[in-house]
Design a protein around this ligand. Structure first.
Ligand code: DPP
Ligand code: ZN
Length: 857
């Protein structure tokens, strides 16, 4: 396979005006007839027309109604080429047979639990029919679906239902028309036995929109939260961006077999059931929050992705970054903390490894950070102006990240310096800050230096534009009002309209740069990078006592949490060092004090406290070591957790409600439970067991189960059996049960996971089950990275089995190997051997090949 680069982008030779599709759905095969109105980009030009197509069997081609002979076209495994098409406009009619029943890749048209559904992003449409399967081909679609009426009573596609009726032999049909031009990746079709929860939303201009969430009949009661989330998202997009929904119908369909989380197909979103179905008994607070976020995310794509789409797949972050940014919906500190943790645990490690790549093409976590920086620099109003201009300029177009940048810049007449580098440079910038106070001059100086470590293919990096939000605390812990700052020899006012501000955004753009605050009458403690204003690694000369001070006082809640994390990271690294030198482990008492202070501060939000007393993840700590030592990090983290285990019982028997105060209470209680669970002492085990038995919702029941599952033994086995017995009828809960066991740190757990592969509830063809069991296992540092290589061997075997069924899922799993060079020599050898074994296998998919070869490179 040949790698494709952004610079290779070429405009298409042909555009498509309209696309008429007809699906004759059947049990043996499905017949797809497509009629495309083709016209050349350059009038009069007639280069060959090259269509993408994969796993299709071609039945016939007609051009302007005339059958093409075999010598008029060329067919290979990936393309259908018409050598000499006529000049001007013409109609192309192609009939193909496909077999959705046998499609285990879950790309294109496939069957999931008896129903037909589609997944076309990024390049699945070519598995449905021959097409220029690229996002800059935007066309108007009409879709006719014919199917057996009793097996597939519901027939859905994009847009509005234009017509429906009965046919002979117990069959029926429906015709859908989408009035908006769209790229093929947004096409969708669903056919099956489904029921809907119906509701309506009245847009602010008074348009009445029917909302329908489709699932198998039994699951309809579990869609209330998804419906609530959808309406909240529709309202938010109107309130914040003035963006209204543009059709009279919006459908969401939940399917149990889905490679990703969800897909934003125009007016027919298709979701992984996991992100739609919830009830207090079966879903946790985390599930509820994920549903709210992802329903919002997909809905927001209606404008940021669908109305304005991507020119090519290198622009993916244009739609994903922007949409993910919106799905924050108003953002609170705890959400920010969760996002930053994700960035640190997944994105930064990737940035530092062989899979490092720029925001463009496809980093959407970091893409959202880039969008957030625009907002930090422009303020809410300036950002809104930029959004308005973006839609004014580009509605109905397929565009690039530069177009978005230009809209933000032009709407605000802004100086964005070298900001565009965020899109093209891979790696995480490291920013070092040195501070100094001059008591005579009453100035406080911040000296910045920035550096981006080299990444594969990019050895030299330019300094980039980093917005650093800063505040200064006085000795009482209060914010000092900021008036002026010297920068580049000029004095700038940081207050606006004589109103003093306590946080200012410094524009750090050079390799080395100094900012000096004036009128500072005592040595302040700086609060740097407030709200995590840029996705960087920050290192500063702040002392431990400065950090404890920030932990206790910072008005920026995010930085309060951050100070605790910086302290905890230092503490953990020091203890790892002690352990490696065979020194006894002793916990610094200041740390315990700081920790207690947070716990006892009743003015703090409980959900925030729960985050603040949670230690950084093992991945994050390993990432900071020269050679990652999973065993030592695990031992140290467990040691600290045992030391900190304190009783904090917040139990209450009130009815489950998904609102802030209730979930905050549960969050804090569950963190405490997890701490208790690591004590192993009988009394505490009994307490956790009692929690498990009396819990009235999944959030609390599962937290108790997880706490119990930390310790091997009969109690653990019994409770796990009990849980399965209770929930075996609910596949989403069973997946949690798989994941919990898979992630376990119990020594030798690979054998348990192997056994679970043949558990009747497991199925390698279902992505969610794979993510729970195999993905979960790879997330356990001690067992996946077991010294004897058993974890690596296990993953190697599974990847090869999976690749034959579903290359996308297999490639996700193989990426667990990508950072093998971070470990000691023995582990390196063992992991490398598995990668080589995968690479030497015949018939490997492109997806797995790409990840495995890059990992070895
Ligand atoms: N475009 C899809 C989404 O936004 C990809 N997972 O969810
Ligand atoms: Zn998305």
């Amino acid at each position: 396979p040949r790698e494709i680069f952004l610079k290779d982008y070429k405009m298409p030779d042909y555009y498509f005006d309209t696309v008429d599709l007809k699906f004759t759905l059947g049990e043996e095969k499905t017949i797809v007839s497509s009629k495309i109105a083709v016209y050349p980009r350059i009038e009069g030009s007639t280069p060959p027309l090259v269509l993408d197509g994969q796993d299709l069997s071609l039945v016939s081609i007609h051009l302007n109604g005339k059958a093409l002979k075999e010598e008029d076209y060329h067919l290979d495994a990936r393309h259908l080429t018409i050598q000499s098409p006529p000049s001007g406009k013409y109609d192309l009619e192609i009939v193909t047979d496909i077999c959705p029943q046998k499609n285990t890749s879950l790309e294109g048209l496939y069957k999931s639990s008896g129903n037909f559904c589609t997944q076309c992003e990024a390049e699945g449409f070519r598995k449905i029919t021959f097409f220029q399967d690229r996002p800059d081909i935007m066309a108007k679609y009409t879709v006719r679906i014919e199917a057996d009426k009793s097996l597939y009573p519901v027939l859905l596609s994009n847009g509005n239902l234009a017509e429906q009726g009965d046919l002979e032999d117990g069959r029926h049909y429906a015709v859908w028309e989408d009035p908006f031009k769209k790229p093929s990746y947004l096409f969708a079709l669903v056919a099956g036995q489904l029921q809907s929860r119906d509701d309506t939303f009245v847009t602010r201009s008074g348009r009445k929109v029917s909302l329908r969430i489709w699932t198998p009949a039994d699951d309809v009661p579990k869609t209330a939260h998804a419906m609530y989330s959808l309406k909240a998202a529709m309202k938010w997009d109107e309130d914040v961006f003035g963006l209204e929904y543009d059709l009279d119908l919006f459908n969401v369909v939940a399917v149990p077999d889905f490679n990703m989380g969800a897909m934003e197909n125009k007016s027919l979103n298709i979701f992984n059931s996991k992100l739609v179905l919830a009830s207090p008994e079966t879903a946790t607070d985390a599930d509820y929050a994920a549903i709210l976020g992802v329903i919002g995310h997909e809905y927001f794509h209606n404008w940021t992705g669908n109305r304005v789409t991507c020119r090519d797949w290198f622009q993916l972050s244009l739609k994903e970054g922007l949409t993910e940014f919106s799905s924050d919906m108003g953002s609170c500190t705890v959400k920010r903390i969760a996002d930053v943790s994700k960035l640190r645990n997944y994105q930064f490690p990737q940035d530092a490894g062989p899979m490092a790549h720029p925001v463009r093409p496809h980093s959407y976590i970091k893409g959202a950070e880039v969008v957030r920086m625009y907002k930090t620099l422009l303020g809410s109003q300036g950002f809104r102006k930029g959004m308005d201009l973006y839609f004014k300029r580009h509605d109905g177009q397929a565009v690039t990240c530069e177009d978005f940048f230009a809209a933000m810049r032009d709407a605000n007449d802004a100086d964005f310096a070298n900001f565009l580098l965020w899109y093209s440079q891979a790696g995480t910038p490291v920013v070092i800050v040195n501070t100094s106070y001059n008591p005579e001059a009453h100035t406080f100086s911040l000296k910045f230096s920035q550096d981006i470590p080299p990444t594969p293919g990019q050895s030299v990096k330019e300094p980039t534009f980093i917005p650093v939000a800063v505040g200064l605390l006085d000795s009482m812990g209060k914010d000092i009002p900021l008036s002026t700052v010297y920068h580049n020899g000029t004095m700038q006012s940081v207050s606006s309209n004589d109103q003093s501000v306590c946080t200012t955004v410094l524009r750090v753009t050079k390799k080395e740069e100094e900012f000096v605050f004036t009128d500072i009458f005592e040595r302040p403690v700086p609060s740097l990078l407030r709200g995590y204003s840029a996705p960087i690694r920050l290192e500063s000369d702040l002392t431990d006592s400065d950090l404890f001070f920030l932990l206790a006082n910072d008005s920026d809640e995010f930085n309060r949490w951050e100070a605790g994390q910086v302290l905890a990271r230092k503490l953990m690294l020091n203890l790892v060092d002690d352990l490696q030198r065979n020194k006894p482990l002793v916990l610094n008492s200041n740390f315990v004090q700081g920790f207690k202070r947070i716990l006892c501060d009743s003015s703090l939000d409980k959900e925030f406290v729960a985050k603040a007393i949670t230690l950084p993840g093992e991945g994050e700590i390993m990432d900071m070591m020269g050679v990652a030592d999973p065993d030592a990090v695990h031992t140290v983290r467990t040691f600290i957790r045992k030391q900190l285990a304190t009783v904090e019982n917040n139990r209450s028997s009130e009815e489950y409600v998904f609102n802030h105060s209730n979930l905050a209470r549960r969050a804090l209680k569950n963190v405490a439970l997890a701490y208790l669970g690591c004590l192993e002492e009988k009394e505490f085990t009994d307490l956790v067991l009692h929690e498990y038995k009396t819990a009235t919702n999944m959030t609390e029941q599962f937290a108790a189960l997880a706490a119990i599952a930390q310790n091997p033994g009969k109690t653990r086995d019994d409770v796990l059996d009990d849980f399965y017995g209770k929930w075996q009828h609910d596949f989403l809960v069973v997946n949690k049960w798989f994941a919990l066991q898979a992630m376990s740190d119990i020594p030798g757990n690979v054998e348990n996971v192997r056994k679970l592969l043949s558990h009747p509830a497991f199925d390698l063809r279902n992505p969610n089950k794979v993510y729970s069991l195999i993905g979960g296992f790879c997330g356990s540092p001690v067992n996946f990275h077991a010294k004897d290589g058993s974890g690596y061997k296990f993953l190697g075997e599974i990847v090869l089995q999976l690749d034959k069924l579903n290359p996308q899922v297999a490639s996700r799993m193989v990426s667990a190997f990508s950072r093998w060079r971070r470990y000691d020599e023995d582990r390196q050898k063992l992991a490398k051997a598995q990668l080589e074994r995968i690479m030497s296998t015949n018939g490997l998919s492109e997806n797995v090949f790409e990840i495995a070869s890059k990992s070895l490179a």
